[in-house]
Design a protein around this ligand. Structure first.
Ligand SMILES: [Fe+2]
Ligand SMILES: [Fe+2]
Length: 281
């Protein structure tokens, strides 16, 4: 048992996959004061999302969720057929009912080990600007990916309504997010949490480079240096790893699909501590 509460994170639980459900059911705090960041892609249907977040909230002191692309899909299997912004608002209302924090709440301050830090759950989306070399527009980029047979499922299920495109929705989210981050002030360092990586570098190792256009926006590329940032937590790529950019740690904390985690095996500790834990002298 951990002697002091910790700030923990996980993403891409994808409980729509039967083999990931017992993994979620096995997630428990070491200490009753542990907080858990859930960085998107919990599931596709509102029923699964509610089950998963409700279970986690019944166990962890505080649960903080940001949406991934999968929560935002409108599929025929879902009793809730809302699209785009209205679907996001429905999920935020669901979280309020469950007592789970979202990007629409005041950013909570963690005062335990490694703190104080202000946790900023973000929903910055993507805008097709992580393009391969020589490609200059969204249209060109999408056409090139299609030619290569790489089309993200978002193109079928993630609707931007009432915005004309996901990139328009992304720009609106970025503007609002920058305003809120600037208003935080520099005194308490931030933990920035976003489903998609905030910088381009982590997408450089994708097997299919054309897929990067669905993975973030150049508009957030300087947030970790412009705002006083202790660490950045993200998922989406299903490539769990620790990297450092401009002196700031970035943690990809995804579980991923069974076909991805099975070959490498599950780590001993599925929940990643976000902050360095003080060691008693
Ligand atoms: Fe995912
Ligand atoms: Fe994702």
């Amino acid at each position: 048992m951990s002697t002091t509460p910790q700030l923990l994170a996980i993403s891409d639980l994808h409980v729509g996959h039967a083999e990931n459900r017992p993994i979620l059911e096995g997630l428990r705090p070491d200490n009753p004061g542990d907080w858990l960041i859930v960085a998107g892609d919990v599931a596709e249907t509102t029923t699964d999302i509610e089950w998963a977040l409700g279970l986690l909230k019944s166990r962890f002191d505080t649960v903080i969720w940001v949406p991934g692309n999968h929560e935002l899909w409108t599929t025929s299997k879902d009793p809730v057929q809302l699209r785009g912004v209205r679907r996001y608002e429905y999920l935020v209302e669901m979280c309020r009912r469950l007592g789970v924090l979202t990007p629409e709440d005041e950013y909570p301050v963690w005062t335990g080990d490694g703190g104080p830090v202000r946790i900023a759950p973000l929903f910055a989306l993507y805008d097709y600007s992580f393009r391969v070399d020589g490609v200059h527009t969204k249209q060109e980029s999408l056409a090139k990916a299609q030619e290569a047979g790489i089309v993200c499922t978002d193109e079928y299920f993630l609707h931007p309504d009432p915005y004309p495109g996901i990139d328009d929705w992304c720009r609106a989210r970025v503007e609002e997010t920058e305003r809120r981050l600037a208003a935080c002030g520099p005194d308490v360092p931030l933990v920035l949490v976003n489903h998609w990586p905030l910088v381009r570098q982590p997408t450089r190792i994708l097997r299919y480079p054309d897929f990067a256009q669905w993975c973030g926006t150049e508009l957030s590329g300087d947030w970790h240096t412009r705002f006083n940032t202790a660490t950045v937590v993200y998922g989406h790529l299903h490539i769990p790893r620790h990297t450092v950019y401009d002196g700031v740690p970035f943690e990809e904390v995804s579980l991923g699909y069974p076909r991805e985690w099975k070959p490498r095996g599950l780590p001993d500790k599925l929940l990643k501590p976000v902050l360095p834990v003080r060691v008693a002298p």
